[in-house]
Design a protein around this ligand. Structure first.
Ligand code: GLC
Length: 419
């Protein structure tokens, strides 16, 4: 087994963006967007007390949705750490909650058998040696003291915190660094050195691609990571490298339009959209990471829980067409998408046609068809009376009342896997 195999098998994960920005509740970029000074932002630090924080509950929601791993923000761009660090007091332990929130989270994931990912921000708007650049909340202040900032001191801190995260919490499955921009990319982070430490501390860890470099290149740098992270988009086609080989990728998307909790943002996607996004990712050999932004008390928004519940009901019945599945060697059908695993081809029918569901180029290749949700037989027809001339097609006859509004999945057992 390669170290990436569990990840490609899992296909579906949860992203959690949480920090003291849950109090202003206007998203995780609030400090930068509103150019909040430390004196303003510090009140959230002094106040942070998520009394309803119960990571077991979070893990339960993820598990019920069918998600196999969770990536959580250990530190976001504002620099606030949910974990205990010897290198700063800007952590949850020094807020009224007085706890290492990451430790409890890790324990809950382990108990329930979910894989664990740590998001860690490369940007840091709290650290005195992080440059005051175009994103920095102090960018408009006259006294920025830029000249007194020493980036190498920040790098020592960054490397030290990554070391803490990968030393103090046992086995971590994913490290999700975020993000590189302009000149701050690759070796500007002392990336090769950082990656070597990461691999040494956690030989099996999967690293995302945001230190810089491009995994698609012929000879990507060592720090280019193990998978790509398209954000708020599903790539229009499967992702391949210079040699035409598929590259692992994980699309990350928000449930509404914010990563961090935003109380007024009610523009939630529907469960159907999430299910179809997941199917689309799998049909292109990718994963989907769906974000939840817990509120100031430490709870998931009710809307998020409800969406994930319905996704979970669908996954309960149809998960076989997601886990361990990937692209089928067939063009995208008119009515939906295909996923495939060995000699099982899954027809995800999004659009209910008039009459039969046409399966192009599958005549003679399918042994049987079953509704994945309950195993009922779906009749396969060749040359039905009104479509005799379509000889290289097979047709599915799906009875009324068996349709699933979200996605009707028919499992097609192939005579042999499609090459
Ligand atoms: C971006 C944003 C950030 C979010 C992340 C998720 O880089 O800065 O707020 O955490 O993407 O992909």
């Amino acid at each position: 087994m390669g170290k990436i195999d569990w990840f490609s098998h899992a296909r579906f994960g949860m992203f959690i963006h949480w920090g003291i920005y849950a109090i202003p509740a206007r998203g995780e970029w609030v400090k930068s967007v509103e150019c909040l000074g430390d004196e303003v932002y510090d009140q959230y630090f002094r106040e942070f007390n998520p009394v309803r924080y119960n990571p077991r509950e979070w893990v339960r929601v993820a598990k019920e949705a069918g998600q196999k791993y969770i990536v959580i923000t250990t530190k976001h761009h504002d620099g606030f750490c949910l974990f205990d660090s010897a290198l700063t007091t800007y952590t949850a332990l020094h807020t009224p909650v007085r706890k290492d929130l990451i430790r409890e989270f890790v324990e809950a994931c382990r108990e329930e058998g979910l894989r664990i990912g740590f998001y860690y921000s490369l940007l840091d708007w709290h650290h005195p040696h992080y440059p005051v650049d175009e994103f920095h909340p102090q960018r408009n202040k006259e006294t920025q003291h830029t000249e007194s900032r020493d980036f190498s001191q920040y790098l020592t801190y960054l490397h030290g915190q990554v070391q803490e995260l990968l030393t103090n919490y046992g086995k971590i499955d994913i490290l999700w660094l975020d993000f590189s921009y302009g000149a701050l990319s690759g070796e500007a982070w002392r990336a090769t050195e950082l990656v070597r430490m990461i691999r040494k501390l956690q030989p099996d860890i999967l690293l995302n691609n945001r230190l810089g470099g491009d995994l698609r290149d012929e000879n990507p740098p060592e720090y280019a990571g193990d998978f790509l992270t398209p954000e708020q988009i599903i790539p229009p086609e499967a992702v391949t490298n210079a040699k035409g080989q598929p590259i692992p990728w994980e699309a990350c998307i928000t449930l509404n339009n914010h990563w961090g909790y935003c109380a007024s943002d009610k523009a939630y996607k529907s469960p159907k959209q999430i299910i179809r996004a997941l199917v689309e990712c799998v049909s292109k050999n990718g994963n989907l990471l769906v974000n939840v932004g817990p509120n100031a008390w430490g709870e998931f928004p009710e809307e998020a829980v409800n969406i994930l519940k319905e996704v979970g009901r669908w996954m309960q019945k149809n998960g076989e067409s997601i886990y361990g599945c990937g692209a089928a060697n067939l063009p995208k059908p008119e009515w939906g998408r295909y996923t495939q695993k060995g000699n099982k081809l899954y027809a995800h029918i999004f659009e209910k046609p008039i009459g039969y569901v046409p399966l192009r180029d599958l005549a003679g290749k399918v042994r049987k068809a079953r509704l994945l949700a309950d195993g009922s037989e779906i009749r396969l027809l060749q040359k039905p009376w009104n479509a005799r001339e379509y000889e290289h097609y097979l047709f599915l006859e799906i009875p009324e009342n068996l349709w699933d509004e979200n996605d009707t999945v028919v499992e097609l057992e192939l005579e042999e896997p499609l090459s």
